[in-house]
Design a protein around this ligand. Structure first.
Ligand code: 3HC
Length: 330
């Protein structure tokens, strides 16, 4: 059984013989690829781990709007502006599906926002990097959304029903986002010499932060073993990172751009690329709040929340009035 297999790596996954009867039945359902639904019994750890992952994912969608919304007013054509606007709106929608999925596990939206605003809950490290030029919109779509899809397509098969179902629509939209980013890169890479330099510069700056999106290397991943035993995660961080590199390097070649890794080489034996790992010290510094834009990003979310206070109050007051009226009518 899966849980026993995972235990051998020593990352603290409970072996079958230490499980309660309820936990065994639960693990059997997971191993049989049955979906777990909100009202089903589930171990506390499963619930907590899912809330952690889904809420961080939702926060990433919301914070992920910031580096791109920065360019809506400066898009080079009306068509590009409309596309970027639609993309940024999609990300808000993704956040909402994911917050709804997390709410089915017994946490409220207010609690999740509180965790984000207080720094207790993380969001993807990638969004703590600045977007300096229009080419960055290409690199973000191509690389960041590309990395997001690599991670999220398998999550359509995750064991928790509401999360798996939310991922189906999200993946379709992310796929469009990835293509629009690649299209921007194609235009820039085949444009003037200055535009090609901008495209290369964007690739140089976003390559390693994109590789970091998959999380720490497997040996340092805290949650992978248990999350995989519960099928909250389907692949390890390193597996997905490798797939991303293998898929993306030929795309960079097609664009006529150079991946900023002098040791990058194809390995015939493994049928995959050998590449240089990201700087993990930088990754952990960003997670600790010390990336180039951490403070700015979090402040933007806190400000948006505070500025929306009067609106939320109005909505709640209106809902209370309606309920009271309905009560009178009944
Ligand atoms: N950025 C921020 N934190 C990260 C991270 C990253 N790139 N990678 C790992 N971490 C954090 C983890 O959250 C965990 O911290 P915690 O215990 O405080 O929660 C710690 O580092 C250890 O990492 P693990 O490998 O043990 O963590 P996970 O097993 O959760 O794996 C993950 C990390 C692969 C990101 C996993 O959580 C996951 O697959 N999440 C769902 C997908 C997701 O959140 N994607 C966000 C991408 S951005 C996006 O989708 C927006 C789109 O519009 C582009």
């Amino acid at each position: 059984m899966y849980a026993q297999l995972v235990k051998t790596d020593g990352k603290g996954v409970k072996p079958l013989d230490e499980m309660t009867p309820e936990e065994r039945v639960f693990q059997q359902r997971i191993d049989d690829d049955q979906k777990i639904e909100p009202k089903d019994w589930m171990p506390d750890g499963y619930r907590k781990n899912l809330i952690r992952q889904i809420s961080q994912h939702a926060h990433s969608e919301l914070v992920g709007q910031l580096p791109e919304s920065n360019w809506i007013t400066r898009a080079p054509t009306l068509e590009r502006k409309a596309i970027l606007l639609a993309k940024v709106q999609d990300e808000a929608g993704h956040g909402l599906y994911l917050y709804c999925a997390a709410e089915t596990l017994g946490i409220s939206r207010d609690q999740m926002f509180d965790q984000l605003h207080s720094g207790k809950s993380k969001y993807s490290s990638i969004f703590n990097y600045p977007t300096l030029t229009w080419a960055d919109m290409g690199a973000v779509g191509w690389l960041v959304d590309g990395a997001a899809i690599m991670n999220q397509v398998p999550l359509q098969r995750t064991s928790y029903g509401p999360y798996a179902r939310a991922m189906v629509r999200i993946c379709k939209e992310e796929s469009f986002h990835q293509r629009q980013g690649f299209h921007i890169m194609m235009k820039m890479a085949n444009g003037t010499a200055a535009q090609k330099r901008m495209a290369q510069d964007a690739l140089n700056r976003f390559w390693y932060p994109s590789l970091m999106m998959f999380g720490p290397s497997d040996k340092d991943s805290v949650h992978s073993a248990q999350s995989m035993a519960w099928k909250i995660k389907i692949n390890t961080n390193d597996e997905l990172r490798q797939k991303f590199v293998d898929q993306t390097v030929p795309q960079a070649e097609y664009l006529g751009l150079t991946v900023p890794d002098k040791d990058l080489r194809w390995n015939d034996e493994t049928g995959s690329y050998v590449f240089t790992e990201p700087d993990w010290d930088e990754f952990y510094a960003v997670l600790a709040g010390n990336g180039p834009c951490n403070k700015e990003r979090l402040q933007a979310r806190v400000d948006a929340w505070n500025d929306g206070d009067w609106f939320r109050e109005g909505l709640l007051a209106n809902a209370a009035k309606r309920r009271a009226k309905q009560g009178e009518a009944a």
